[in-house]
Write a new protein. Sequence first.
Length: 311
Amino acid sequence: MRLVVALGGNALLKRGEPMTAQTQRTNVARAAKSLAALIGADHQVVVTHGNGPQVGLIALQAAAGPKDGAYPLDILGAESEGMIGYLIEQELRNLLGEGISLATLLTQVRVDSADLAFQKPSKPIGPVYDEATARRLESERGWTVKRDGDMWRRVVASPEPLEILELKVIAMLVERGVVVVCAGGGGIPVIARPDGSLVGIEAVIDKDRASALLAQQLDADMLLLLTDVDAVYSDFGTTRSRPIARVGAEALSADEFAAGSMRPKIEAAVRFVSQTGKSASVGRLEDAVAMLAGKAGTLIEAGALEAQYRG
C-alpha cells in the first residue's frame, strides 16, 4: 500500500515536556519504530509531520537576537522542516540500515494571500503559558494569543494549502522506492506574485490539511494521522465519551470536535476519504500497524456508516 503518514507535533513533542534537542530526539526515535514497522511490511511510506512546538521555539530564539535580524515564519518553518526531517531520517536509517533509501525534501506549498485565515489567526505554535505571561508577550511582541486547554499559546494564520510545488519530485522518489519525509509543518507557505514569481508569507499551514492534499495527489491508498491519543472520541470530555472504531465520512461532523486539537484531523480525514473513496485512520503513534488492520485507532471510510464503538 502507498501510505501518507502524518506525525502530529504533539506526538513528537508532548505537551509540557522540556523543549530540548534530547527530548525531541527521544520522541523521534519512538516515532521511527512505528514508521520502520510500516516500511518493513513493504508499504510505500511518505512521512509528513507537525512543527507547532518547534517553529514556535525557533521563533522565540530568533526574537532574542537583534531586532533587525528577525526572520519571518516561512523561513522559520523551513528551518523546522529541515531539523525534524533530519532527525526522522537519521533514526530510520539507524533502525533499517544502509539498504533503505531516504530523502528529506523541503516542500513549498502555495496559499492564497487573500485567505480569510490571515484575518483570524488560529494555529497554535510554541510553548504554553499562563494567562498573565501570554498577555504580556502579546503586548510586548504584537502576538495574538488564545486559550489552549487550561493554558495559553501564541496563534498565527493557518491558510488553506492549494498546491504542493514539489509534488512531481515527491512522486518520482516514491516510484523509485524512496521513503520521503516532506511537507513538514504543512510545508513552507508561499504565494504567487502577479508576475508568477513566488515569495514566502507569514503563516503556518495545518499539516493535516497539507497531508490530505498530498495523499490525494499522490494517489495514496490510505492516510494515517498519528497523534498522542488512541482514537477519536465522541462526546469527548464528558461521561458519555467513547472511542470510535469505524465511521463513515458522511456521518462524521468536524464541528463536534475541538478546533485546536482533533477538528483539523477530522476535517483532513473526511476530505481525503470523500474526494478519493479511500480510507483514513486517526490514532496513536504506537498503533500505526494495528491501525492499518482496523484493530486500533478510528477508521474513517467512504459512505454514511454510523459510528461503531470500541470496547
